[in-house]
Design a protein around this ligand. Structure first.
Ligand code: SAJ
Length: 422
């Protein structure tokens, strides 16, 4: 079956749709392996930035990879799609107001790709997607290009090959995980999966696990839901421990001494574009039976308001309190603010005018728009904020915060949602 189609990268052209946290690293790594890569994005500033060899996101080593690929002439970004041998779709899959999956960005990418397709092309969906999306892509392309045959479970000789290869990389470690993580590859047919696996073998050092597209889609959703449920357990424990006056960090570290217990860390809530979103795709598909998954989402979503209430209660006891808010991003050592519980909490404090807010976020140069209109919310450096504050709230465990001299914290009220100063 396998005929080495992608084994000579220098002759092959790959188009990556969506140059965000997943698409850009994938494009850079493929270019570094010798493929001619065209990155397509709808945002002109992203296209311009990449064509200058720069990147628009904070991710270790990414700029170095992109810069090398652009100067070698192997990677270029464009607003306009071009024909290619393979198309990788890495566009967002958010949810709607009603927490239903929104696959409209995938549909838009597919509509743009369809007129460019030729016999033998491979389409890979990397975006995290509800079960059935890859089948849906086949149906859309089948409608848009009736001149081409589409694959199905039984049809291995189709003109177009289509597979789902869900991204699994951890923001902050993307380049390492792109190469070192096992991949699940779900083909519409076996041959589709084999073609996709061949392409990924050009840069993945780990194993490829071939399956059908629906199982691959669900596997990705399950991985993130598993983590959400486990974080919810830790978050629920932190609230119980507050009620019972027990140090949750000590409790968890002791319980984790048991050989079969491994409780995760509580925090201010669960953020990011994945774990806070993907479980809803399972809930939407099986609303009556996905009970634990829904409860976990609700526990994690309730945590920012619990932290807000704790800060507001502490502030109420002071006159004109100054509050240092350490961190805005959704997790440590990145600049990503999507679904960030830290940002949610700080916005809430600003809206309710709970004191003067000295916000410290070493990964941002300015405050996000949502905080700009509050005169009592200012971006501050760590040293000043710690010195001036009455209350210090740790919202994100950035490495800079872990190094703070504990002597400076002694006279302050500390609300450490991440347990870095325990
Ligand atoms: N968090 C906790 N306690 C923990 C671990 C995490 O409160 O013990 C919080 C984080 O602070 C953050 C959120 O959970 O707000 C999610 O962070 P994360 O590091 O668990 O995950 P993400 O969203 O950065 O990346 C996840 C990863 N999935 C899994 O680990 C199963 C990654 O591998 C996926 O590729 C990514 O989602 C994705 O794109 O789907």
């Amino acid at each position: 079956m396998y005929d080495g189609y992608f084994s000579e990268p220098q002759t092959k052209r790959i188009s990556v749709f969506g140059l965000g946290y997943v698409g850009l690293p994938v494009a850079g790594v493929l270019a570094s392996r010798g493929f001619e890569v065209i990155g397509v994005d709808v945002a002109p500033h992203i296209v311009e930035t990449i064509n200058c060899g720069k990147v628009h996101i904070v991710e270790p080593d990414l700029e170095m990879v992109v810069q090398a690929a652009v100067s070698a002439g192997k990677l270029r970004a464009s607003l306009n799609p071009e024909p290619a041998d393979a198309f990788i779709i890495a566009v967002p899959t958010p949810f709607t107001e009603g927490k239903q999956p929104d696959i409209s960005y995938i549909r838009a990418a597919v509509s743009t790709i369809a007129p460019l397709l030729k016999k033998g092309n491979l389409i890979i969906l990397e975006s995290t997607s509800p079960a059935g999306t890859t089948d849906q892509i086949c149906a859309w392309i089948g409608e848009l290009r009736p001149d081409l045959t589409m694959p199905d479970v039984e049809r291995d000789d189709a003109d177009i090959h289509i597979a789902h290869c869900p991204e699994r990389v951890l923001p902050g470690s993307v380049l390492r995980e792109l190469v070192d993580n096992d991949r699940i590859i779900g083909g519409i047919s076996v041959r589709c999966a084999e073609f996709a696996a061949e392409l990924y073998r050009s840069f993945v050092r780990a194993e490829m696990h071939l399956t059908n597209a629906r199982t691959a889609e669900m596997a990705k959703l399950v991985e993130n839901s598993y983590r959400d449920v486990n974080i919810a357990f830790a978050n629920e424990l932190s609230v119980i421990c507050d009620l019972l006056d027990i140090n949750v960090w000590e409790l968890i570290s002791l319980a984790n001494k048991h050989p079969r217990v491994n409780i995760l860390s509580p925090g201010p809530g669960v953020g990011g574009h994945c774990i806070a979103v993907d479980p809803w795709f399972i809930i939407a598909a099986a609303p009556k039976v996905a009970k634990i998954i829904r409860a976990a989402r609700e526990v994690n979503d309730s945590k920012p308001d619990i932290v807000f209430a704790k800060i507001a209660a502490a502030a109420q006891r002071l006159r004109g309190p100054i509050i240092a808010c350490l961190g805005l991003s959704y997790k440590n050592d990145i600049d990503d603010l999507r679904e960030s519980p830290a940002l949610h909490i700080v916005e809430h404090l600003a809206r309710e005018k709970i004191g003067k807010l000295l916000i410290v976020e070493p990964n941002l140069k300015s405050l996000p728009d949502s905080l700009r209109d509050y005169p009592d919310a200012v971006l501050s450096d760590l040293r000043h904020a710690i010195g001036a504050a009455d209350i210090i709230v740790v919202l994100v465990d950035h490495r800079q915060f872990k190094r703070v001299d504990h002597e400076l914290l002694k006279p302050k009220i500390i609300i450490d949602t991440r347990g870095i100063w325990r």
